[in-house]
Design a protein around this ligand. Structure first.
Ligand code: OOG
Ligand code: MG
Length: 254
């Protein structure tokens, strides 16, 4: 028997004390189903602290990310209120282990979703699209994990910043995405890298959320997954992602 709750508490403790831990998969064999059960218990730890679930995030929707992390399947995790980074609540470096930033696109749901939707249907259930930056901070040593390990760890989620909400365009293809640290370009990609079309990532999110019992409610945010490899924030102080036609997302590190 896998001690789901115990592992969830250990991962939560690692996040809250900035102490990375060993991967579970080096000592144990466990299934993807176990991993999502651990993730649910891990999110419950945050909810118990008073942080509501405000969205979901897709992971490994681009080849660049799969290659960087050595995995080969899409994953989904949850976003909680305390992960939201704004000008009032910047990223606090001392509360992270080894944070990386990556360029993303975010959707805002205009209604509750209770069934998987196709790529042609999803644009009807969003009322905003934004440029976004995701901060990932694996709770495992050296940012190394199996697919099960990273799912259990809520897909490395740490924080996210959003640009201004924009009207939903007909298409999201061919948009340049540029990430800078303190004004210097660290990553450049295109929205096509996200499953050939970021709307595909949203369709996949409706499928995976239903499959793994994650709520998708009106007003929630869906992160589509990064278009490029992620970069260690190091001692950068200002992180920005500009997406063609969607404006820029920005945050400061303190
Ligand atoms: C896992 C999270 C992947 C993405 O955008 O592909 C992800 C990781 O790389 O640590 O967030
Ligand atoms: Mg991401």
């Amino acid at each position: 028997m896998i001690p789901h709750n115990q592992w969830a508490k250990a991962l939560h403790q690692s996040a809250r004390t900035q102490q990375p831990r060993d991967q579970f998969s080096t000592q144990n064999t466990y299934t993807l189903k176990d991993a999502y059960t651990i993730q649910h218990a891990l999110i419950q730890e945050r909810v118990n602290e008073g942080h509501a679930v405000i969205g979901v995030k897709m992971g490994f929707t681009s080849l660049a990310k799969m290659k960087q992390m050595g995995v080969d399947d899409m994953i989904i995790g949850q976003l909680t209120q305390d992960m939201r980074i704004t000008s009032e609540t910047p990223l606090v470096r001392s509360q992270c282990i080894h944070p990386r930033a990556e360029p993303e696109i975010a959707f805002r749901l205009s209604q509750d979703i209770n069934s998987p939707l196709s790529v042609d249907e999803v644009s009807h259930v969003v009322d905003g699209v934004a440029s976004a930056i995701e901060i990932i901070d694996s709770r495992y040593e050296n940012f190394k994990f199996s697919l099960e390990d990273v799912v259990a760890d809520n897909c490395s989620s740490c924080g996210f910043a959003l640009g201004p909400w924009c009207e939903v365009p007909l298409g999201l293809n061919g948009l340049d995405m540029v990430q800078t640290f303190d004004g210097s370009t660290v990553a450049e990609g295109t929205s096509d890298a996200i499953l050939d079309n970021p709307f595909e990532a949203l369709a996949a999110a409706t499928r995976l959320a239903l499959q793994h019992g994650l709520p998708l409610k009106k007003g929630m945010v869906v992160l589509a997954g990064a278009s490029t490899a992620a970069h260690f924030i190091g001692d950068a102080k200002k992180v920005e992602v500009a997406v063609d036609g969607l404006g820029t997302a920005y945050f400061e590190v303190v």
